[in-house]
Design a protein around this ligand. Structure first.
Ligand code: NAD
Length: 367
């Protein structure tokens, strides 16, 4: 059974049990060298589904290793301690987490909690003087993002958002094709991501924890792709909520949403994000050709083509690649690149808040 397949992604996102499929086989982590130096030591906060993907990715990382965990569930602490060989002194709960500041075995804290909890734990990590990565979406509001950025800057720690596709070869190619205008100016983008949700106890359906529905959770990838393929920030947004076909499940967050982003160079990006059905594809139409991927945004393997023929890149372990590329500059005490920074997370939140406002008011929102 493959690891990091689209099927794994659908399971992770709430279909099936997910973890039983993590057998670690079938994907290749490309490393450019045989690095033997010190590794960046990572603590994961929140040991749910995605933390398990990260822990498995860290096993094949060259520049990082998992040295600590933070969990509110003693049973998980026991299981992870054995499975990932975590020393008891590097295991914390949400109450005693702040003591991590005195732990010289931990360089960076990676927050993998429900969305609205990212802010509290980023700020506590900054106060502990550790580098920090938070999962996407960075937070549930622009205001929270701004507070997180200020806290990290004030504490002198670097803040990154867990944007795994920024190191993924197919997505690097989409970015190159778009930004270098290989097929001329991009005029039209269609990028959508959706899967079917059926679990009523899922925190993603509770607005206080998620901040919103599929837009917050997976639509963010579509906003991101539209921004990095054009290399521009949208100037105007229109949006429409989809129908609510299950009033019990979708009492607090949208079931689906469609939006249009206008870019200053003339491109329009149209996207849908849904908890009602499956969709996972990207298309860009440019002046002299096109490029597309499907599957496009999940864990892959991705497949795609351009008007010149097939795209062929290696199927990588996205989490291992992401962690290594973040670790390299941190180990050299260099600044992280801006495309994974807190400011980048803030830009996405600005667009997503505008999408919600446009859908709620029926008006075009000018950014
Ligand atoms: P999950 O439900 O599997 O795990 C959440 C963890 O938080 C669990 O360990 C849970 O015990 C803990 N938790 C603490 N307080 C909680 C509370 N009040 N309610 C619910 N859980 C609580 O979720 P997940 O899929 O691992 O998602 C965690 C974060 O990772 C989210 O921000 C999500 O957007 C992000 N994520 C990112 C990717 C990616 O590809 N980058 C994929 C999946 C999830």
């Amino acid at each position: 059974m493959r690891y990091h397949t689209r099927r794994d992604f659908m399971q992770l996102m709430g279909i099936g049990t997910g973890l039983a499929m993590l057998d670690g086989s079938g994907s290749t982590h490309i490393a450019a060298d045989d690095y033997q130096g010190p590794k960046l030591r990572i603590a994961l906060v929140g040991l749910g589904n995605y933390a398990t993907y990260l822990a498995e990715g860290l096993k094949s990382s060259k520049y990082c290793r998992l040295t600590g965990i933070v969990t509110g569930t003693p049973g998980k602490a026991e299981k992870w301690k054995t499975q990932y060989n975590i020393p008891p002194k590097n295991i914390y709960n949400y109450q005693n987490f702040d003591q991590i500041k005195d732990n010289s075995d931990i360089d960076l804290v990676y927050i993998v909690l429900p969305n609205s909890m990212h802010k509290e734990f980023v700020i506590r990590t900054a106060r502990a003087g550790k580098q920090v990565i938070t999962e996407k979406p960075m937070a549930t509001s622009v205001k929270d993002c701004e507070e997180m950025i200020a806290a990290c800057a004030g504490a002198g720690v670097q803040l990154a958002v867990g944007y795994r596709l920024h190191y993924e070869p197919y997505h690097l190619e989409l970015k190159r094709l778009g930004q270098e205008k290989v097929f001329g100016k991009v005029k039209l983008i269609e990028v959508s991501l959706g899967y079917r949700t059926t679990n009523p106890s899922e925190w993603r359906l509770k607005k206080a924890l998620s901040g919103g529905g599929p837009l917050m959770n997976i639509g963010i990838y579509c906003v991101q792709a539209s921004r990095y393929v054009t290399g521009e920030e949208p100037i105007a947004v229109t949006a429409q909520f989809g129908p609510v076909t299950n009033k019990e499940l979708f009492a607090e967050v949208e079931e689906s949403i469609t939006w249009q982003l206008k870019f200053p160079g003339g491109a329009v990006a149209t996207s849908s994000s849904s908890y009602a059905c499956s969709v996972d594809r990207f298309y860009a139409g440019a002046e002299k050709g096109f490029f597309e991927l499907s599957p496009a945004v999940s864990y892959g393997p991705f497949r795609g083509r351009t008007s010149n023929g097939a795209l062929n890149f290696a199927d990588i372990n996205q989490q291992a690649m992401q962690m290594d590329e973040i670790a390299k500059p941190l180990l050299k005490k260099q600044k992280l690149p801006s495309h994974i920074s807190g400011e980048e997370g803030l830009k996405d939140l600005r667009v997503m808040e505008a999408i919600y406002k446009a859908a709620a008011t029926g008006r075009e929102i000018i950014l």
